[in-house]
Ligand binder design. Structure first.
Ligand SMILES: NC(=O)c1ccc[n+]([C@@H]2O[C@H](COP(=O)([O-])OP(=O)(O)OC[C@H]3O[C@@H](n4cnc5c(N)ncnc54)[C@H](O)[C@@H]3O)[C@@H](O)[C@H]2O)c1
Length: 393
């Protein structure tokens, strides 16, 4: 029998983000084929079918009953993730879910447990950490380019999604807020770069009781400004700022500090970007060679720093557009893992650990405690070096 070269997928949730998934899956990722799409509003599924020339638009139950669907791509809102994921697993389907996997650790545990019992994969976005930007940083850290990692800063600060999103209400309900909405990109990238997390502490607040949703005031149910701290199992410590209450800022998205250098990690919500490397050994040599008083060395330390900074070549090509949106890379990686019988880079254990970390920020802030993690995970395997864009190996 000829080796199967694609996996049949079913898309559930044909809203805002489904557009880029369907564009990429139908145009770029050749190891997946859309069998059907579904939405609680059938007309939305019909519209997606029409636009992307898909074979079938149907109800969720019809999609789950379709034997050709092997992998469900759950693109519904966070509050619906758990229910749809469990239904899909019970129907014998592998699951890739938009982030987060679940809204609490108990539901994430139940999802991973059921998947394990059934011999299926259940994991969640983001897959941006598989992009060339974070993968380049991963390679440089693993090769010891910055020495031993000791610290980091991770920052997502913006004015809030009601400025642009058509239906932004869910961002201010349970499962929304900057930590649950944007935190997964940062936390997943950090776990890929540094390994699993040991403990979390945090302060968080609802800065404005109401948000203006296209002219209608809405009560805010979740914190919109987080000031958090994390310690990783390898001893690395750092701070995490996540906010929908900041109009502008000069904070970097992410920086990793090591004993002999530092890395500027590009936006973990994107796939490409610029990786900057600072060589601490070079700075040390330059400063040590300065003759004269300490002040001369101080001035040199400050003014010579540009010589020690360089843009690192990406581990594999990124699109010319640094905002290149390769969403679906993780779906393609899961498909390839199913075809080849290897582990997928995204795993239920990783997604569950990320959910526990996100929940820990809330718990730490609410109770004024430092929260120890009860779960852990393997660092996901790095992408192969030198991949062609859109290719999974
Ligand atoms: N919008 C973005 O830019 C963006 C980016 C990255 C990730 N995400 C994530 O993608 C997911 C979806 O976000 P979105 O912005 O596309 O939301 P959306 O509201 O635009 O779309 C969600 C779709 O799911 C459908 N749906 C909701 N509950 C359902 C259910 N129980 N059964 C079947 N269909 C159901 C809705 O009818 C809607 O069409 C979220 O998890 C979000 O965090 C969104």
């Amino acid at each position: 029998m000829a080796k199967k070269d694609y996996i049949g997928i079913g898309i559930i949730g044909c809203g805002t983000i489904s557009d880029v998934y369907l564009t990429n899956i139908t145009q770029h990722y050749h190891n997946v084929k859309v069998i059907a799409c579904a939405d609680m509003f059938l007309e939305k599924a019909e519209a997606a079918k029409e636009k992307f020339n898909l074979p079938k638009a149907c109800t969720v139950d019809e999609l789950l009953a379709n034997p050709e669907v092997e992998l469900v791509v759950n693109l519904t809102i966070p509050a619906a993730h758990y229910e749809i994921n469990m239904k899909a697993l019970n129907a014998g389907k592998n699951v890739y879910c938009e982030k987060p996997l679940a809204l609490n650790l108990e539901d994430a545990e139940a999802t991973v447990k059921l998947a394990k019992e059934k011999g299926l994969i259940a994991c969640s976005a983001p897959d941006t950490f598989l992009g060339a930007g974070v993968q380049t940083c991963r390679k440089m850290i693993d090769e010891g380019k910055i020495g031993r990692p000791v610290g980091f800063t991770a920052n997502l600060v913006c004015p809030g999604h009601e400025l642009w999103h058509d239906a932004p209400e869910f961002y201010y309900k349970q499962g929304g807020g900057p930590m649950w909405d944007m935190g997964p990109y940062y936390i997943t990238a950090l776990v890929s770069l540094l390994g699993p997390v040991k403990r979390v502490s945090c302060m968080a607040k609802i800065s404005r009781a109401e948000r203006d949703i296209h002219g209608t005031p809405m009560k805010v149910e979740v914190p919109t400004h987080y000031a958090g701290l994390m310690e990783f199992e390898n001893g690395v410590i750092g701070n995490v700022n996540m906010s929908f209450d900041v109009w502008d800022s000069q904070l970097p998205c992410m920086e990793i500090y090591g004993t002999t250098g530092m890395l500027t990690v590009p936006d973990p919500n994107l796939f490409g970007g610029t990786v900057n490397y600072f060589d601490g050994n070079k700075l040390t040599d330059i400063v040590k060679a300065v003759e004269g008083p300490a002040f001369a060395r101080l001035v040199t330390m400050v003014t010579k720093t540009p010589e020690c900074r360089e843009e690192a070549p990406l581990a594999y090509p990124a699109d010319e557009d640094p905002r290149c949106n390769m969403r679906g890379l993780g779906v393609s990686d899961i498909a390839q893992s199913l075809i080849e019988g290897r582990e997928s880079r995204l795993s239920g254990e990783l997604s569950r650990h990320v959910v526990e970390i996100l929940a820990a920020f809330d718990k730490a802030a609410k109770e004024g405690v430092t929260v120890e993690m009860t779960t852990t995970c393997q660092r996901p395997a790095p992408m192969a070096e030198g991949l062609a864009l859109w290719q999974v190996d």
